[in-house]
Design a protein around this ligand. Sequence first.
Ligand SMILES: Nc1ncnc2c1ncn2[C@@H]1O[C@H](COP(=O)(O)OP(=O)(O)OP(=O)(O)O)[C@@H](O)[C@H]1O
Ligand SMILES: [Mg+2]
Length: 539
Amino acid sequence: MKTTKLNTLDIEKVRQVAAIKTLEVQALCEIAQLVGAAAELDTALSEILRVLHDTLRMDRATLFMLDETGKRLAIKASYGMTEAEKGRGVYKLDEGVCGKIFRSRFPFVVPDIKTEPLFLNRTQSRGGRVKDKISFIGVPVILRKGPVGVLTVDRVFESEVSFEEDVQFITVVATLIAQFLELDSILKRKEEVLVEENRSLKAELNKRYSRHNIIGQSKVMNEVFRLIDRVAPSRATALLLGESGTGKELVARAIHQAGTRIERPFVKINCAALPENLLESELLGHEKGAFTGATSFKQGRFEMADGGTLFLDEIGELPLNLQAKLLRVLQEKQFERLGGSKTLTVDVRIIAATNVDLEEAVKRGNFRADLYYRLNVVPIVLPPLRERREDIPLLIDFFLRESNERNKRRLRLSVEAVDFLKNYSWPGNVRELQNLVERLVIMATGDWGKVSDLPSYMLAEPERKIQEETGLPKTIREDRWEPSVQPNPAGAFLKDMERDVVENALIRNGWVQARAARELGLTQRQIGYRIKKYGLVPS
Ligand SMILES: Nc1ncnc2c1ncn2[C@@H]1O[C@H](COP(=O)(O)OP(=O)(O)OP(=O)(O)O)[C@@H](O)[C@H]1O
Ligand SMILES: [Mg+2]
């Protein structure tokens, strides 16, 4: 049997090769472990290149990938290069060694980069080491659809490793990188499908939970939708009742739009916004010279709304004298302009709204009973937001979408923030929620809104504390533990709520009435009236 005797040099070489093979296996093991981080592609790629450097002393390991033009190779990941060097590493497909490897789909070895004319060294990252003999090895990265990039490494010339062995090893690494890329594109495609699915589901939900552009899925809001559908096609007068910001004007417009008068005008007048004499001429119009300052004829809102809808907002603030005149127009559908003798006939559908307890006002003699009954044909009560908390996430979603679009942002709220808002008392109702979302979107610095981003008056809400202690919202506590002894519990309850809303707004605004009025969407006259009515004073 023939035996080969190895001399000492040969033994040393075998040892070195074995050591390198061990390192290669170790490198592959480390790279394999990075599969878990594949969802963060850029990090995973940089890590692979770092492993090449740390275990096998391969310098400037670089992954070039086709850029979005499909005409150039640019650095996707690298190890041991500055940002400036990376920026310079862009090659056309017909340029240099990288271009050649990409087009040919074959590995390429430059034993000594100083003597290879094709080697462009565009990144200029090898400045300090040109006295060493640097070899360069590049292999293509190939996916099923074809080549997508090139993986390159530098080696300071070491005689103990043959280039073939290096090429073989780097080809294995390039194959692993291709797997990472494939995985990433599968994940991205799946994510795109999910995002699209999510978007269309949300749009579908929105359609389902919003009718007439009014968001809500709660039982009470479904009842509101039912009433809108019932009343809209008729000419019946609707009376919208609810706290400030609950959506009374929105519902008034919805009734108009869902009815047969949609082609005709929707005219609004705020009965609290004008002094009595001006309000009368706004409603009925006036002839030229009807009073000092009436320099020309003016059409009133009744005439403007002929054939359409007249929305009498804040009807509870209408002075008694005008209540009588309004009643006549409603009953006879006829009136005269101020200073005029001609009787005009109009066909107007009336929708009135108020956040005042009209029944209570009738009892006190502030509102005419006959007008109240004339208006209260189809009452629609808009529940305060705290009584339909299940609608809060839907509303947040709706306003976020609107506000993000308007402000070109992508804010979302954390689960904790949405939970917090679900439990907040919302004295300003939907308007307060809408304003809050707009404020968060404008002020946000990142993509996620957290509880700590909410305004301090919300976080400090005393009601929260009690609720946390009892586990019950205020309304339920009151219902259970303090049964009302009033002759009209519902009316008294509404009054209590209004008192709370106004007082809280005043506290939040440091008792500056104008600011509190603005927050609640009231006029100064209205808030002044309520402060007096409830005897509110700073404590
Ligand atoms: N259910 C809802 N879905 C979507 N937006 C709503 C909803 N309710 C109210 N809003 C929005 O909230 C804001 C306040 O609503 P609106 O003006 O109709 O309230 P209001 O009851 O008339 O208040 P006020 O008594 O203060 O006049 C509006 O911008 C409205 O579009
Ligand atoms: Mg309103």
